[in-house]
Ligand binder design. Structure first.
Ligand SMILES: [Zn+2]
Length: 262
């Protein structure tokens, strides 16, 4: 049942949306990731395709990722995630000089929006990118939603006009890609109500997509660099979330975006 619903949804998004074309893939881009790994999960294939074409891609990490569940202390985890992010980018063809780490505290980004806006505005001024990848403004995670607001405020003060593509990460933590976290009836019915709303909203807004089939192995290798996140026992075990269904969603061969004006 879930599999059928997943294929139906993906097909619906493809029919209703438009793939990124050759011109879109040629645009120099900046990817804004609230945490190290969001870039790979949601945009990794698209980044690899751009780099295969020699197109410049920069990645900006807004927080240090120190709050993910882990046996490491927060500061050690932050250092480790920094190294993992660089290794993953290398796998996608992005050199270390194109990565920026703003190092705001994981989970606290909304409390530093002003400071982050200033830094993002400087990056937008310096970098000749006219395509921006940002989290969906309704992705369901406070750092992701704050990241969207920060980039929007900074981009509005910038002279350059950008193509804006918002990407889902936690959006996929709804049925049929995920299951209720408890057997409690009230929890399950709230989960399905949320899922129905997310479905409709996704169908309305996720109007662009990339066929990343040719870069899927590179994307898989890049995600494997985030050992602290994907190896069960190391930390959160994203790999184990919903029996692997959540992570599998990022390897269907499609990356979906919502093209928007600010
Ligand atoms: Zn994240």
């Amino acid at each position: 049942m879930e599999k059928l619903a997943q294929s139906f949804y993906q097909r619906a998004l493809e029919l209703r949306g438009k793939p990124l074309d050759a011109a879109d893939l040629q645009r120099p881009a900046l990817v804004f990731a609230p945490h190290p790994d969001d870039d790979v999960l949601a945009v990794g294939g698209t980044i690899a395709l751009k780099r295969q074409r020699g197109v410049e891609v920069g990645v900006v990490y807004l927080t240090d990722g120190r709050r993910a569940p882990s046996s490491l202390t927060p500061s050690r985890l932050a250092r480790r995630r920094h190294r993992e992010a660089l290794a993953a980018l290398k796998t996608l063809g992005v050199v270390a000089g194109q990565a920026r780490f703003l190092d705001f505290e994981d989970g606290q980004l909304a409390q530093h929006e002003r400071a982050a806006q200033g830094q993002v505005a400087e990056i937008l001024d310096r970098q000749a990118a006219d395509q921006l990848f940002v989290p969906l403004p309704w992705d369901g995670h406070r750092d992701h939603e704050a990241a969207f607001r920060i980039v929007r405020a900074a981009a509005r003060s910038c002279q350059r006009r950008h193509q804006v593509l918002a990407y889902p990460v936690w959006f996929w933590e709804h049925w049929p890609w995920s299951a209720p976290c408890s057997g409690n009836d009230a929890v399950a019915s709230a989960f399905f109500r949320h899922s129905a709303r997310a479905w409709l909203r996704g169908l309305r807004t996720l109007d662009r997509w990339t066929d990343v089939g040719a870069a899927l192995e590179q994307k898989r290798a890049a995600l494997a660099c985030h050992v602290s996140q994907v190896v069960p026992g190391e930390g959160t075990g994203l790999a184990g979330l919903d029996g692997g269904r959540f992570l599998a969603r990022f390897f269907t061969g499609r990356e979906h975006f919502s093209q928007r004006s600010w």
